[in-house]
Design a protein. Structure first.
Length: 196
């Protein structure tokens, strides 16, 4: 599996929009890596919580309340925390045999196809933001929760916020990929070489 191409550092002779796009790409890379790291920490916390719950059930016959609800919330959070980095590094499943064929034989058409595919990905993530934003606002304003009062409750708005932030970051990554197809070699590197 190949990684996306390295991003040249700013200050390599580029000026104006091209230099700023390299800087923005670096910031985006760090932000996506940070979200991925947080997602990894959440996975470890989730594993610890599940194991502790199993131990409590088996050894002292006293399960931890709310573990199923937390699993339900945290799995969604993990997906959106790690989706951007997975997109950036080419770990999303895709079938691009035709695309690679066209890109090799007709580079301009291939770059146009690549830009169109990535812009459609950005639009799709934008639709997720558009659909989730009102749900996030409602969950935050009404303090919506999951669980049973008196036993365990957890607010749902943090996960909705993670969905919005994660989707915005993936949308930004798709736009960055499209930008590389539109201006290859000038906008922070060559077009992404993502595996099929």
């Amino acid at each position: 599996m190949s990684e996306s191409p390295p991003v040249p550092p700013a200050g390599d002779g580029e000026t104006g929009v091209f230099a700023s796009s390299v800087g923005a790409d670096t910031v985006l890379r760090w932000a996506l890596s940070g979200l991925n790291a947080v997602g990894t920490l959440v996975i470890f916390g989730l594993m610890a919580m599940i194991n502790w719950d199993v131990w409590q059930r088996e050894i002292v016959d006293k399960p931890i309340h709310g573990v199923p609800e937390m699993i339900e919330l945290l799995i969604v959070a993990i997906v959106f925390l790690q989706l951007g980095d997975a997109t950036r590094s080419g770990r999303l499943t895709r079938s691009d045999g035709l695309f690679q064929f066209v890109l090799a034989r007709r580079p301009r058409i291939g770059r146009a196809m690549g830009a169109a595919f990535d812009l459609l990905g950005a639009v799709f993530m934008g639709l997720i933001v558009y659909g989730t934003w009102p749900i996030f606002i409602e969950a935050y304003e009404k303090d919506l929760y999951t669980g049973n009062i008196g036993v365990f409750t957890a607010p749902t708005w943090p996960v909705k916020a993670i969905i919005v932030v994660g989707s915005v970051m993936v949308m930004a990554q798709f736009v960055a990929f499209a930008w590389r197809y539109i201006l290859p070699g000038r906008a922070g590197g060559e077009p992404p070489n993502r595996p099929a």
